[in-house]
Design a protein around this ligand. Structure first.
Ligand SMILES: [Zn+2]
Ligand SMILES: [Zn+2]
Length: 316
């Protein structure tokens, strides 16, 4: 027990130190300042080349989403996630130790060329995220949490990071074992992390970007607008689940872009009853799941392939 208390103390102390250092000492490998720089860049593009013409440079919920950006990128880790995850990892390792398992690494890719490591990590992580995102739409309970992200009514870069803190726990937990099996965590790859952040910002930005033929590989604002559309194709739980890559949606038949959708209403049916204030969303814990008729999650379209959650390495 003492071991775990020490882990919790070290986690808080270590993360607070890390965050303070990030804020006080800008450098080329600094998440805090890169997030600010990227955000300012995409915001400038939105102001100079707006896709949807709206008066003013501030859209609805701009400041709330700006807070969400820092909350989900840094503050939630400081408040809870870092300590919880360190304890969970230690407990998980102790549990494995009961069965004599001391090393999870099944495929040592550390000796591969750098680009191959990048690509493997990127593809594995993005595919897991695509599956988690799909699960967030299919499970009535998880959909209640995911509604926070879908409560966005006007797109803008910062909407990227408006999501319930439970999603951080779900995404990171789902990725932990498969990534541990190939010998490293996401934190090892700063450039990759910044690349996915930039694509995420652009997906939600008020800019008309298509990437030409690369749209079949990379997610983009037009495709992601349809993910946020209030009206879904009949019988579907959702479309365009891609995070950074659009590839999985094309491969598994969930891509849907009937037209550019610039003025498509965003949100979900019944959103007028969903909390709109930041504090209410942060402390929103669904106690009951709604009936399928008011979750916009009617029976699945036959054309969609059956979903298999990524339970473990054998699925990858
Ligand atoms: Zn979604
Ligand atoms: Zn989104």
């Amino acid at each position: 027990m003492e071991k775990y208390l020490k882990i919790i103390y070290d986690a808080y102390y270590g993360y607070a130190q890390y965050l303070l250092n990030e804020m006080l000492y800008p450098s080329w490998k600094n998440y805090f300042w890169w997030l600010i720089g990227l955000s300012l860049l995409v915001w400038t593009l939105e102001i100079l080349f707006p896709w949807r013409k709206r008066g003013g440079i501030l859209r609805k919920d701009f400041w709330m989403d700006t807070f969400y950006m820092f909350f989900n990128y840094f503050l939630f880790s400081l408040i809870a996630y870092n300590a919880i995850s360190m304890v969970a990892v230690e407990a998980f390792n102790d549990f494995l130790g009961l069965f004599g398992v001391t090393n999870l690494v099944a495929l040592e890719i550390g000796s591969w060329p750098q680009w191959a490591q990048f690509l493997t990590l990127f593809l594995v992580a993005d595919f897991i995220q695509w599956n988690v995102h799909r699960l967030l739409h299919r499970s009535p309970l998880l959909w209640e949490f995911h509604k926070v992200h879908h409560s966005v009514e006007e797109m803008g870069f910062a909407a990227h990071l408006r999501f319930h803190w439970m999603e951080t726990i779900l995404y990171k937990t789902a990725q932990y074992v498969p990534l541990a099996m190939i010998g490293f965590g996401l934190e090892d790859f700063f450039i990759l992390h910044m690349f996915t952040t930039a694509i995420g910002h652009l997906n939600h930005a008020n800019i008309r970007l298509t990437y030409g033929p690369f749209k079949y590989i990379l997610n983009n604002p037009i495709m992601h607008t349809w993910h946020h559309a209030k009206t879904l194709p009949e019988g579907s739980h959702g479309v365009n689940y891609g995070i950074t890559l659009s590839l999985w949606d094309y491969l598994f038949g969930t891509a849907y872009i009937p037209h550019e959708g610039r003025d498509e209403p965003l949100g979900f049916p019944g959103m007028e009853h969903f909390p709109t204030k930041l504090w209410d969303q942060l402390r929103y814990i669904p106690t009951r799941t709604k009936t399928p008729s008011d979750t916009s999650a009617p029976p699945r379209k036959a054309a969609l392939t059956p979903f298999t959650p990524a339970k473990g390495p054998e699925k990858l």
